[in-house]
Design a protein around this ligand. Structure first.
Ligand code: UDP
Ligand code: MG
Length: 328
């Protein structure tokens, strides 16, 4: 490792959470233990993503106890990526760390990220070396997804990397200008560029509670990533169309030749039905894909705010506005 070229003076840790009542106090204690008594000024910024358990109550209590713990509570559940955006918008540290509330992203790893930052790295992202206590199915689907995305994406998005990363202020300033609705933050950060480096770590299981990312939410996130960073599905439609047209052309020639030379046709009802269904199915599938992109375009066109704030802790007056529209 080379020598540090800069010193960190302030750090904001942004943690989005949905119904994380059981983890919050422990998370706070761990963050303070590892990152609290250091040479930088620490802020913890928790985003309550419309929790229905006691999360907001614990937030208020922690904030009264320690003003380094700040929170913002959204008016309903907007989803992990939007909650993360709300936290990033309000963060003010020279470097910002994003992590999950369930302690699957160990605070110790942040120290390594800070070391990299001090050497001039702009983004240090946690890359999973191993997983513990994560169901096989979830691990398997995630791994397939990361590889598929890497293959399809127009910008290289690192594999086995979630939303555990340290981001420098200059990258943050760029990220804040990107206000698209379909948000896949790890891809957006990759797209910005500058110096980005992995920090390998072993990912433990959840501290308490159940996953807030059931399969259908995972699929939604996967589609957000693919549709925002790849035109592959649309390109596939074109390629399949060309392939089928070529096949049809060859078939026409073959049948004409056969008619001329052999004239031995039996009535091919079955093959016709199969062809109709196959071609019809493929067409419907790709019309669906076109529709998906169209729906996304419509979402973006509406230009709605990304989120709405219900409540914030005292010193967190929204610097931009309470509706997630950052103006510059
Ligand atoms: N989360 C959130 N809003 C949601 C779903 C999840 O803020 O709608 C938070 C959740 O509380 C956690 C993080 O996103 O802090 C990652 O979720 P989780 O740990 O449930 O996902 P997993 O690790 O199982 O993929
Ligand atoms: Mg988790």
């Amino acid at each position: 490792m080379s020598a540090p070229i800069r010193k960190l003076d302030s750090l904001t840790v942004v943690v989005p959470g949905l119904n994380e009542e059981e983890n919050l106090a422990f998370l706070y204690a761990e963050l303070i233990r590892v990152l609290g008594n250091q040479e930088w000024k620490l802020d913890i910024l928790f985003v309550d993503d419309g929790s229905t358990d006691g999360t907001l109550r614990v937030c208020r209590e922690l904030n009264v106890r320690d003003s380094r713990f700040q929170y913002v509570s959204l008016s309903r559940n907007f989803g992990h990526q939007i909650a993360l955006t709300a936290g990033l918008d309000l963060s003010c540290g020279r470097a910002v760390v994003t992590m999950d509330a369930d302690l699957q992203d160990p605070p110790e790893v942040v120290l390594e990220m800070i070391k990299l930052w001090e050497q001039g790295v702009d983004v240090a992202y946690g890359q999973r070396r191993t997983h513990q206590n994560i169901p096989f199915f979830k691990r398997f689907t995630a791994q397939i997804f990361y590889r598929l995305l890497r293959f399809m994406s127009d910008v290289p998005i690192p594999m086995d990397t979630g939303d555990f990363r340290l981001i420098d202020r200059r990258v943050m300033d760029q990220l804040k200008t990107m206000r698209e609705q379909g948000r896949f933050i790890r891809g957006m950060v990759s797209w910005i560029g500058f110096e980005q480096r992995p920090v390998l770590y072993d990912r433990p299981g959840r501290h308490q509670g159940n996953t807030k990312y059931p399969l259908f939410r995972q699929i939604r996130l996967a589609w957000a990533g693919i549709s925002a960073f790849s035109s592959w599905p649309l390109r596939m439609a074109t390629m399949t169309g060309i392939l089928f047209s070529l096949m049809a052309f060859v078939m026409v020639i073959y049948y004409i030749a056969r008619k001329i030379y052999f004239d031995d046709f039996t009535k091919g009802w079955a093959s016709i039905m199969v062809a109709i269904f196959a071609v019809g199915g493929v067409q419907m599938f790709f019309i669906g894909i076109v529709g998906e992109y169209l729906a996304k375009t419509f979402e973006e066109l509406k230009g709605r705010p990304l989120y709405i704030v219900r409540e914030t802790s005292g010193s967190l007056l929204p610097q931009s506005s309470s509706t997630g529209k950052v103006t510059h």
